[in-house]
Design a protein around this ligand. Structure first.
Ligand code: SIN
Length: 531
């Protein structure tokens, strides 16, 4: 793919500059926890393109996986993660994840997070799909919000952490193969700014907005992963996109997650003929790995000609459901669904990207000083399909490791201001286009051709269409957040599609109806993309 190095032209001599010890892009759990864990009173900027509390992490319902029960162990958590990952997990990274889980949960509790307790001092543990034990700690069904609220308060209270809201990180500045900071767009003043630092952490989340139906917020347009690619970072496993099986399917809301914890409490899936179907697809039935459940639902929808199936938790007490799932209970009720009496109409929707910026177990990328963490990163812990509730955990464990690594780097580095990057001039021109229509068409195309079920013909069609848009828009001057996002979406949609076309097998979340089998001989390996 032929692309410009930067999204916009710029001349550093004329721009406002700020200097930091480290710049973190993204304000979900990975970004904010990393900032809080960096040792010493280092001068840190957190750049976030919306308000700081707008992230995918805030919406997380289920919880965090951690082996705390006496019948559980990091070994069992390791085994379950590998099983869900369908042969593509990086075992070293998974060991780090499961072994450092309890330590980080302990630190997290230090921020005053109110996890539900079974008895005073003992955290309540629930079950989610493909976990062999109860090991999900949670705060009702708004776990992400409880954690983010507390971490954000912690960050606001610290003088050394500078939160820059409505600041869109456009591109990574580099010199040779080293990070030099971030070129950003200040949305309030419409000015470009330089945030200079030899250390940059990308924690911007995934690319759920490439799809028409997603549980992700509007901000999830893959900006960090795209900026990494333009700067020469390696991206890995992009073809593995997770669809959550149970997302509300109501005329007025098709994005609201019905947490897997509901199935963990015994909820059953029924097709529109009221038939329970999961036992026909997998021995774990409703608690099979997510990719299996999402595909089974899709098949049942095709078979019955319906656009949804049902989730049935009506055998539980109303009072119990109101207490255990207050947010789900209330939201469904707002749409006229009393989950203690009515089946919940649901359909799968995009939920999580396993792929992202390739890192090692220290969160390091192939660019010196450039780290990636959380959904934006890919260190191989999720393989081809993420195990439920491992994502918030990933943000914590690897955020902590990255913060330690940054502390070490800063201690070893001589002080002094970072050097100024060279400017950039591309000769791009103005060009009119119907932004919203292109965005909607990308989302439609990705959903239909690069979604839950794929095949070579559909993928090739998608690639051709995306390439056409890129030819039309590649040379257009980008001036607004919608422009920047669209370029990032186009870039990533192309890379996801190419990777999916390349992988001629089915594995985890990547299912090809023209290559239905898993092919370990040819494909037990990762696809890595680099500019
Ligand atoms: C859920 O609550 O079902 C989502 C948990 C996750 O994605 O890990």
């Amino acid at each position: 793919m032929d692309i410009f190095r930067y999204l916009v032209d710029f001349d550093p001599r004329e721009m406002e500059k700020e200097y930091y010890d480290a710049v973190i892009i993204g304000s979900g759990i990975a970004g904010v926890y990393t900032a809080l864990e960096i040792p010493g009173e280092r001068n840190i900027a957190i750049l976030t393109k919306e308000s700081i509390d707008m992230s995918n992490s805030v919406l997380a319902q289920g919880g965090i996986a951690v082996s705390l029960d006496k019948e559980d162990s990091p070994e069992l958590h390791f085994k379950d993660t590998l099983y869900a990952g369908a042969g593509l997990c990086d075992e070293e990274s998974v060991w780090v994840l499961v072994n450092e889980a309890a330590f980080n949960i302990d630190r997290l509790c230090g921020f005053g997070i109110n996890f539900d307790q079974k008895s005073p001092g003992e955290l309540a543990l629930s079950r989610e799909a493909a976990h062999s034990k109860n090991r999900i700690i949670h705060a009702g069904d708004t776990t992400g919000k409880e954690i983010c609220d507390k971490l954000i308060s912690g960050a606001r209270a610290k003088k050394n952490i500078h939160i820059k809201e409505r600041t869109f990180a456009l591109d990574l500045l580099t010199e040779g193969n080293s990070a030099r900071g971030v070129l950003a767009f200040d949305e309030s003043s419409s000015a470009y700014k330089l945030y200079l630092s030899g250390i940059v952490v990308c924690a911007t989340g995934g690319y759920g907005q490439l799809y028409a139906g997603t549980t992700n917020p509007e901000v999830a347009t893959g900006d960090g992963i795209s900026l990494a690619y333009r700067a020469g970072a390696e991206l890995m496993d992009l073809e593995f996109v997770q669809f959550h099986p149970t997302v509300l399917y109501h005329p007025e809301n098709k994005n609201f997650l019905i947490s897997e914890a509901v199935r963990g409490e015994g909820a059953l899936l029924r097709n529109i003929r009221n038939e329970r179907f999961m036992p026909r697809y997998h021995e774990l039935a409703e608690l099979a790995p997510r990719d299996v459940v999402a595909r089974a639902i899709t098949r049942e929808m095709e078979k019955t000609g319906a656009d949804h199936v049902y989730l049935d938790i009506t055998f539980k007490d109303r009072e119990y459901l109101e207490n255990r799932f207050p947010n789900i209970f209330k939201t469904c009720l707002d749409y006229g669904i009393d989950i203690s009496r009515d089946y919940i109409p649901i359909a799968p929707a995009e939920h999580y990207c396993m792929g992202g910026i390739k890192t090692d177990t220290y969160g390091r990328t192939n660019i010196n000083g450039f780290f990636a963490c959380g959904e934006a990163a890919c260190n191989g812990i999720h393989g081809a399909n993420r195990l439920a509730s491992n994502s918030l955990l990933e943000g914590l464990v690897f955020g902590h490791i990255i913060s330690r690594e940054i502390g070490r780097l800063l201690a070893a580095r001589p002080g002094g201001e970072a050097s100024l990057p060279a400017g950039y001039s591309s000769g791009r021109r103005d060009r009119w286009m119907d932004e919203s229509e292109v965005r909607a068409d990308i989302q439609r195309t990705m959903t239909e051709k690069v979604g839950i079920v794929r095949d070579g013909k559909g993928l090739a069609h998608a690639r051709e269409k995306l390439e056409r848009y890129r030819t039309q828009l590649g040379h257009r001057r980008n001036e607004t957040v919608r422009h920047f996002e669209l370029q990032n979406m186009l870039l990533l949609a192309g890379l996801v599609t190419e990777s999916a076309l390349e992988r001629e097998e089915s594995r985890g979340a990547h299912y090809r109806r023209d290559f239905e089998k898993t092919d370990d001989v040819r494909w037990k390996r990762h696809i890595v993309k680099r500019r």
